[in-house]
Design a protein around this ligand. Sequence first.
Ligand code: PLP
Length: 389
Amino acid sequence: MTDFYNFLAENIKQIKQNNLYRQFKVLSSRPGPYVEYNGKKVMQVSSNNYLGLAGDVRLEQAVIESVKKYGVGSTGSRLISGAREVHAQLEEKIAELKGVQRAMVFSSGYAANIGALSALFDENDAVYSDKLNHASIIDGIKLSKANKYIYNHCDINSLEELLIKNQHKHRLNVIVSDSIFSMDGDRAPLLELVKLKEKYGAVLFIDEAHSFGIYGHHGEGLSHELGISDKIDIQMGTLSKAAGSEGGYIAGSSDLIEYLTNKSRSFIYSTAPAIPCIAASIKAVEIIKTAHDLREKLYVNIEYLKMRLKEHNFDLIPSESAIFCIKFNNIEQACQISEQLLEEYNIMASAIRPPTVDIPRIRICAMALHKKSDLDYLVKSLSEMIKPN
Ligand SMILES: Cc1ncc(COP(=O)(O)O)c(C=O)c1O
């Protein structure tokens, strides 16, 4: 029999040998375009804090006021003792913004995806999932025990072939996709997904984690920007990225939310989100609704960064969002450049490695609060280290 402690030590050794060892970079300041790391000021291009709301004083003030009234912890599952007025207020605000009947809040986006997918579908159903969907979707499908069909990334023909071949074998056929892919920064072909949903009578589940707050006139998400939100049966998003707080939501019909309230295990068997996160999210959703200036600044930065990166012919993954990835041939190189950026240039740009992605890369996220000079410095630093294609 394998000794447990040897098993752990062997595994850790193996992870280190493969250059896949993961470690925290501990920051000692507020979130923002600049943060403090190891006693020095570094430029942050690795966060999902797209609009800078995670360090916004308006959220801070809302948290203080709410904590004074409601305390900190929510003390239990919403269905037992954890429900507070603020949870319902947040859900009403999300539902109103998204133009749906109802919304429900989970403690994270991860919990929302696994909780919804596993509650809604089972072995009678088929889930058609983009090859690059987020881990929380993959895990949710696994937990659901539904039949899983993986279609090639953003490949509508590949999806349609699978639907043609398998649609009649199952009770429900469900298409699930990120709207913006978290590790590539490209966009799902949402208009085509809607067409296939309608053609094959499928259910459509879209994860707007990286588009909530950023796209759509009021920051509702990419599906609103494209005018197809009413075709999406299950709209999922997080409050942990552009909204600068923490938590996940599912938005849709009243029946969907009533069903999930009664069936979703990550909702039922988990303590309700703590008051500070809920209070910050309420304020964030209010701000997002009219944050046209912040969104405009982010769009300008995205276009500028895209142009500057292209000038240098880096090996870029085509991006249609604030996420830009430079590919590397091997893990060592990606890690070494990331370390060098931090140590020599005071820039925090994380390397992303397998198993998160197949191709090692440095992932850069533009923020609304980056200045043009920040982005110039970033590109100059990258160009000093990375030889063009
Ligand atoms: C596409 C996508 N979905 C879901 C999640 C999970 O969200 P959260 O971080 O709020 O758990 C993430 C976060 O990394 C994500 O990128």
